[in-house]
Design a protein around this ligand. Structure first.
Ligand SMILES: [Fe+2]
Length: 386
């Protein structure tokens, strides 16, 4: 029997579904905002989504300024520029619209507007003392789950590492997940963000901190993403696939926020920090190899993953069912037509010992892994992915 205490940390309000964006004006009014800051990137502005968001706020008489300089995998410098703008005026609301990068920068700007000092003072767990300016986070991709997680990830360029502010104050007041916004996402972004979401779902399901509650969200997410990721990439206008991916990513985010991710994310961080490999691609590439290693740590759950991904596993013995899970994920990843090996990503074999050491240092995630991993195991997994 599971003896863990069930807890659920989430935004004040989650609004999800087709046209849920229409509720933005009401929610902005509810925090009595007169002036808001929209944190986003150039792509979101060009897609017209930025304008829609502005129009919805203007209709309620709310003034809006735009910060559109968020870059992919943003560094501390990018966050500092945004914080400067957030502090230059009196904003009662900060909106983060875009992928995980825009949402994370919005959350960082929110808490850094009310807490003294520098970003570096808050990198770590529960170091933020005061709530920030209220935020509304609106994903335009389906993958990061940043709209429902208490983590804001920033690249520390000098240390060549991804670091995180982990705090309940990073969670937004409102998360709005409207699948219609993901229709404009190009196939490579759909692939890499979608496989990130699948990684969140599988890792939080098998995390040592999983509870019966996070399992509900994680299992549903694995099923939704497993049945729709390929279609969302192959036909971006398929609304059912986009819906499944948006809701699946949201559920995976809720599971991750409360159960944590495991070794896949720990091993992916050095790839991002040292070789600029996109977060989703690094995760997707490593996922089946880490799963294969982890099988013995929780055989029934891995067997369940294979089933949730649509594999006909009965009447195979349970252990064989569990091994099918990694193969199924590998088959999905192959169909996404994104880099299939570390070599393709120009990561040399010689880099492995250094990356393995760096991954072992991500103790926050390694401690969640269902099977204990030694540095030699990590090196072997990187070698398998070469
Ligand atoms: Fe992730």
């Amino acid at each position: 029997m599971d003896t863990k205490i069930i807890s659920l940390r989430s935004p004040h309000l989650i609004l999800a579904g087709v046209n849920s964006l229409e509720r933005l004006g009401d929610e902005a009014k509810a925090v009595e905002a007169k002036k808001a800051l929209l944190v986003t990137d150039k792509g979101v502005v060009e897609s017209g989504i930025g304008e829609r968001v502005q129009a919805l706020l203007k209709k309620e008489g709310i003034e809006i300024d735009i910060f559109n300089k968020v870059i992919p995998d943003p560094d501390i410098g990018c966050a500092e520029v945004c914080i400067e703008m957030a502090k230059s005026e009196r904003y009662e609301l900060i909106l983060g619209v875009g992928g995980g990068s825009s949402m994370d920068i919005a959350s960082v700007a929110s808490v850094m507007s009310t807490n003294p000092g520098r970003i570096q003072d808050y990198l770590g767990i529960n170091l933020v003392k005061k709530p920030g300016i209220p935020t509304i986070l609106i994903p335009t991709t389906a993958g990061t789950g940043a709209e429902v997680t208490p983590n804001a990830i920033l690249t520390d360029v000098e240390a060549k590492l991804k670091k995180a502010i982990v705090s309940p104050y990073i969670l937004p007041r409102v998360a709005i997940v409207d699948p219609l916004l993901s229709l404009s996402m190009p196939p490579p972004v759909t692939s890499s963000s979608g496989i990130d979401a699948l990684t969140h779902a599988i890792e939080s399901y098998t995390s040592n901190n999983a509870t019966v509650l996070t399992d509900l969200f994680a299992k549903e997410a694995i099923m939704l993403i497993g049945r729709s990721l390929r279609t969302a990439v192959a036909n971006g206008n398929n609304l059912q696939a986009r819906y499944d991916m948006s809701i699946g990513s949201l559920y995976a985010g809720i599971a991750l926020a409360n159960a944590g991710v495991t070794a896949v994310h720990a091993l992916a961080y050095p790839l991002g920090g040292q070789f600029n490999v996109a977060h989703g691609i690094a995760n997707g590439l490593l996922l089946p190899y880490v799963m294969e290693f982890n099988v013995l740590g929780d055989i029934p759950k891995f067997a369940q993953i294979a089933q949730l991904l649509g594999e006909k596993v009965e009447p195979l013995p349970l252990l064989e069912q569990a091994h099918r899970a990694a193969n199924t994920v590998k088959a999905i990843y192959k169909d996404l037509k994104i880099p299939q090996s570390l070599t393709e990503l120009e990561v040399p074999k010689e880099a492995i010992p250094g990356m393995a050491k760096a991954a072992m240092n991500v103790t926050r995630l390694m401690g969640n892994n269902p099977r204990e991993m030694a540095v030699e195991d990590v090196e072997r997994i990187y070698e398998e992915a070469l």
